[in-house]
Design a protein around this ligand. Sequence first.
Ligand code: KIV
Ligand code: ZN
Length: 500
Amino acid sequence: MEKIIIFDTTLRDGEQAPGASMSSPQKLELAYQLEKLGVDVIEAGFPIASPDDFRAVETISRSIKSSIVCGLARCINADIEAAHNSLKKAKHPRIHLFLATSKIHMQYKFRKAEDEILELARKSTRLARNMFKDIEFSPEDATRTERDFIYRVIEAAIEEGATTINIPDTVGYSYPQEVYSLVSDILENVPNINKAVISIHCHDDLGMATANSLSAVLAGARQVHCTINGIGERAGNASLEEVVMALKTRKDIFGGFSTGINTKNIYSISRLVSGFTGFPVPPNKAVVGRNAFRHESGIHQDAVIKKSITYEIMDPRDVGFTGAQLVMGKHSGRHALAKKLKDLGFVLSESKVNEIFGNFKALADKKKEVYDDDLIALAQEKTREGKKAYELISVRASTGTDITPRAEVKLKYKKKVCTAQSEGDGPVDACFKAVDKVAGLKGKLLDYRVEAVTSGKDALGEVSIKVEVKGKVLSGRGASTDIIEASVKAYLDAINKISS
Ligand code: KIV
Ligand code: ZN
């Protein structure tokens, strides 16, 4: 079997999705979970981009032992040095250099001629070689680059020391057959290509990222870039769960390939990323959507009970999907909860488990039955919190068809209790305005969603919001059996990202 190297870029390209930013503790937690999932390469960030990015790559480098930790760099000396400095402590460091090679990018972005770009590729790879043994090089916008030029750039990068050549479909413009011929042509026309691994990096602007990545594998690529839940710049990247499960499920086509992914961890890491970024997983999302293994029609249900393969091409348990499994009630103990959380993929300190236990008991009092998804929501609430400047003590809201909606919130801020009241267009708006009064902010709500975590009238409601504060788009999430409380928690989760 040939191994397909899984290169996860959730922490870099994934985080480039507008509003998807994660805090440093969240990034570290996610890196641990990616390592546990079995990804071969973790692209931890773009170190030159900001001091926060630099620190995140540095911290992840110190903590991750088995996966390769990679940092992105333009073909600029300062970028390469920043990548080197941030990756110094990594056990297996890699630099990922990128440089645009398509006519459109060279002309409008760089205003540079082919020869200048070629020289830059050479110089930067040479510089990187003094600092790294493991060098990945990406000719950005590769799928719109002239063939002869891309061959020359790749040959030069390999000559200077690149060990992986990544082919980005930067704007998600390509089609599976085109990707197949591009990879095949590179294999045929670049004389030293046998000295490097070919990798593929696809965006989903036309919904073909997974198909294009798989097509590249068939043509000879042996590394695939992907992200959890397919998050990423614009329409996102190829999703890890789709690529991995397609390789595993379609043995008739991909039988000669394997990955090192522990697929049973896929569902929980998907929920973790969704919780950290505030991007809900669409119910119909392939592999990890809530409905991916649900059968609504009676005919389907009947057939699945008789023989699951009638309508199920994958075993849901293979991706860690246990359905609405009843886990515990109010008599369950702390040890049972700790074990369950561990099984769900959470790595938590004892004090965090204790905090979650308190919330679990409160929830079990309100709800007779507590399901896996309820626990995931509670655990995510705890792992989500980085710094927590504002904490909710209580909220009261009144509304009706013939009264003006009003709310009062009581918050804790640096050990001080602050209260504010406000009116609003609705109870949620009134609550947010009351929070704004306490925090001295003016948030503009861009998106608001509420979803029942499990079924039943006592289900936990999870609110996801996007809000613009001080010119920044922030995401937030909160869960409660009361959706007004969940809304305030989500709002605080968002503004806590910029408050100290
Ligand atoms: O999409 C892209 O081209 C990228 C590069 C940095 C590889 O993300
Ligand atoms: Zn990209």
